[in-house]
Design a protein around this ligand. Structure first.
Ligand SMILES: Cc1cc2nc3c(=O)[nH]c(=O)nc-3n(C[C@H](O)[C@H](O)[C@H](O)COP(=O)(O)O)c2cc1C
Length: 356
């Protein structure tokens, strides 16, 4: 009997940014495949992959393209061959074992991580070479943050005991100095480890090393007297904000943030939300084993909670949330959801005081 082919369960589709590049903005990528992103030139490819979901012979797939899409036989054969080579179509026995179960449990991100790491060498993990963005003088999109204030002299146990999740913000703004202080002090250990490493390279890998820091923090500012409403990227080394999109009013920023959290109205009236993404690709290289994903979420939480407690120490209240609509959250900061994905938000502001 002829071999049956079906659509790879690990295939993902994504609309690319309208970068003005020629070709289709729709790309297909297969987690764990070395063939990279593949531009989907024609919607018939998506239709064919849908048709192939339950397994079809090569011959049937070609006939489908000939009959439904008027391709000549040679073109149809070429197209099916290309889909097989790029890993979008797999022989049935090549499908990941128990594949459907991963999706039924909403474990797709774990599946993609597993597929992308299962062939990495455990013995000799690849060394990640840090790509430092070169600072350009007079860059108008970069806002230097003011000098941070000292952390208030408050005992840690008091900060911990007084901390409560805030679900009712009072609409008051945050200024750039407070934002600067929170970001600066929460991430100070990472900057410090980097400086120490420069002096003592043989010191070994530290949890705090900037080259191993897998997060990007995007402050989304809604209310501030001296920072325009909009989306920014925090640049750790330069302690500055890069303006990504400030075409928003306060209310639009609230609505934007509201649209990325699952059924939770608490972000409204807060001055700033830190949208935290992880560089999954970088983390895979540092921790090539499958358990790297679990480790990644621990790392994210640890850094996020330092940000949270630093904000508390400066007298702010915080709403932490991981219940996000993934692709919408990615869209706000321009993450692609494959190599970089948003995993956490911290909304910082002041809680409405209760009437006595
Ligand atoms: C990772 C994480 C995600 C959370 N996500 C939500 C959330 O989506 N919605 C919510 O109301 N609370 C969320 N919380 C807050 C918890 O519900 C809260 O911490 C818990 O109720 C204990 O209350 P406390 O933080 O005031 O001590 C989250 C907490 C953590 C640590």
């Amino acid at each position: 009997m002829s071999e049956q082919y079906s659509t790879n369960l690990a295939a993902q589709f994504k609309w690319g940014p309208s970068s003005g590049k020629p070709g289709s903005p729709l790309t297909a990528v297969v987690a764990g495949s070395s063939s990279g992103n593949r531009a989907v030139q024609d919607i018939r490819t998506v239709e064919l992959l849908e048709y192939a979901l339950d397994g079809k012979t090569r011959e049937t797939l070609c006939s489908y393209l000939v009959e439904k899409h008027d391709l000549v036989r040679a073109e149809a054969e070429h197209e099916v061959e290309e889909l097989i080579e790029s890993g979008l179509l797999l022989e049935n026995h090549q499908q990941v074992e128990g594949g459907q179960t991963w999706f039924e449990h909403d474990w797709d991100r774990s599946l993609y991580y597993h597929l992308s790491t299962r062939d990495e060498s455990v013995i000799e993990p690849r060394v990640y070479e840090q790509e430092l963005e070169t600072a350009t003088q007079g860059d108008r999109d970069v806002i230097e943050l003011p000098t941070p204030e000292e952390v208030p002299d408050e005992p840690l146990d008091k900060v911990l005991l007084d901390r409560r999740t805030c679900r009712d913000f009072d609409g008051s703004p945050i200024d750039s100095t407070d934002l600067s202080s929170i970001l600066y002090h929460a991430l100070a250990p990472i900057r410090k480890a980097t400086r120490d490493d420069e002096q003592n390279v043989s010191d070994g890998a530290s949890f705090f090393e900037a080259s191993r820091f897998p997060l990007t923090i995007y402050p989304v500012v809604a209310r501030s007297p001296d920072v325009e409403s909009g989306v920014y990227r925090y640049e750790l080394e330069r302690h500055s904000l890069r303006n990504l999109d400030t075409e928003y009013t306060e209310k639009e920023t609230d609505d934007l943030l509201q649209s990325i959290v699952v059924n939770q109205p608490f972000i409204e009236d807060a001055p700033v939300t830190l949208v935290i993404s992880t560089d999954i690709q970088k983390f895979r290289h540092i921790h090539p084993q499958s358990m790297g994903l679990r480790h990644l979420f621990t790392v994210v939480s640890t850094h996020a909670h330092r940000l949270l407690l630093t904000a508390n120490a400066f007298g702010f209240d915080v709403f932490q949330c991981a219940a996000l609509k993934d692709s919408l959250a990615d869209g706000v900061v321009g993450a692609d959801g494959f190599d970089e994905a948003v995993v956490y938000t911290l909304t910082i502001g002041r809680e409405t005081e209760e009437d006595e």
